[in-house]
Write a protein that binds this ligand. Sequence first.
Ligand code: ADP
Ligand code: MG
Length: 429
Amino acid sequence: MKSSLKDLSISLKKYFGFNSFKEPQEQIIQSLLNKNNVFVLMPTGGGKSLCYQLPALISEGTAIVVSPLIALMKNQVDAVRGISSNDGVAHVLNSSLNKTEVKKVKDDISMGITKLLYVAPESLTKEEYVDFFKTINISFFAIDEAHCISEWGHDFRPEYRNLRHIIEKIGNAPVIALTATATPKVQDDIQKTLGMTNAKVFKSSFNRPNLFYEIRPKVNPEKQIIKYIKENPGKSGIIYCLSRKKVEELAELLKVNGINALPYHAGLDAKSRALHQDKFLMEEVDVICATIAFGMGIDKPDVRFVFHYDIPKSLESYYQETGRAGRDGGEGHCIAFYDYKDIEKLEKFLAAKPVSEREIGMQLLQEVVGYAETSMSRRKYLLHYFGEEFDENHGLGSKMDDNSLNPKNMINVSEEMKQMLIIVEKTQE
Ligand code: ADP
Ligand code: MG
């Protein structure tokens, strides 16, 4: 079915209540409706879901959406049901359904009511489902969080690697793969593994001009954090730490210092986690100290600062985690503490891993070191890592990082040279 651009705008208004598309949603949707394979790279919050939800709603047949997290799938299904008069319009198929529920899902699909079917990758591979999928009309496949397919991504899921095989078994329908993880390596891996090197590629800029990037030496980080928060009262922020223990300690220390803070990590029971998250979202608490367990799918628009108490293990993670600041377009201060000793700690963790994982981990770490130690624009460094060129003199956000604001002056440089000479002399002794 070919839709005119006008039809698409009408459907956008009708189903989602939005007046206009975000760039480049419309071209993506058009391209998919024209039966192309499509590859979408768009930062978090860019509006990727709509790129498959809208075409699914206006196409014949059912779109099969593969997504890694049951919680995220449920959210999406609820959201889609909310915009339709029929609950059958979207379903989740996973191992938690009983026989009657599975039958209801299958019936709705067979009757053509269901436009979006969310499946976990491990359910898609089940033989009984594959046999069923062969018998139905599929509009297209959408692979959300497609970076899960790649060991170079930050969230590798081995089950994703079978997807191509399964999709080919089920039949031929176009595939749209979507991710916010943008390194050229990951992109290449996704396209090859999904057999879509011919895909139309839509890549948005990953530049977040309103975020200020800063690296600080890790000297008395607690003191620096407390000082910062006291100087920015009432602002919302996240402090990422590597370990649960540090999360607990830091939250406690902040509280003792009169700061409204709570911990969040996977070691807390589900109830406390939900409670702490809600309090942060409802602004009953200003600061959340967290491990990386915190943040997936969290949409608080006015997070004003993100600290990394410990340097993260890849620039991907750093970009994702800092990306939670300034979602509303307002200021967002991203400060990471850097001490080479922390890199060595991370290397030690890696030493226990299988070879391939270790090698990838080491390379990712080297990029983190490069970022932390560079004297060039941090934004330029980050964007270059994501395969994007950035003009550090005129680009949007060009003065929004420590290095650009205070270029290392000649005195410092000659000081650095002196240090290097001393080291050289020593090694020659
Ligand atoms: P992503 O998956 O890329 O992180 P989402 O699909 O979750 O992003 O969308 C992020 C937000 O943007 C959602 O709140 C969504 O409703 C909103 N959004 C998407 N498309 C539009 C649009 N065309 N106009 C206004 N808001 C939009
Ligand atoms: Mg998404």
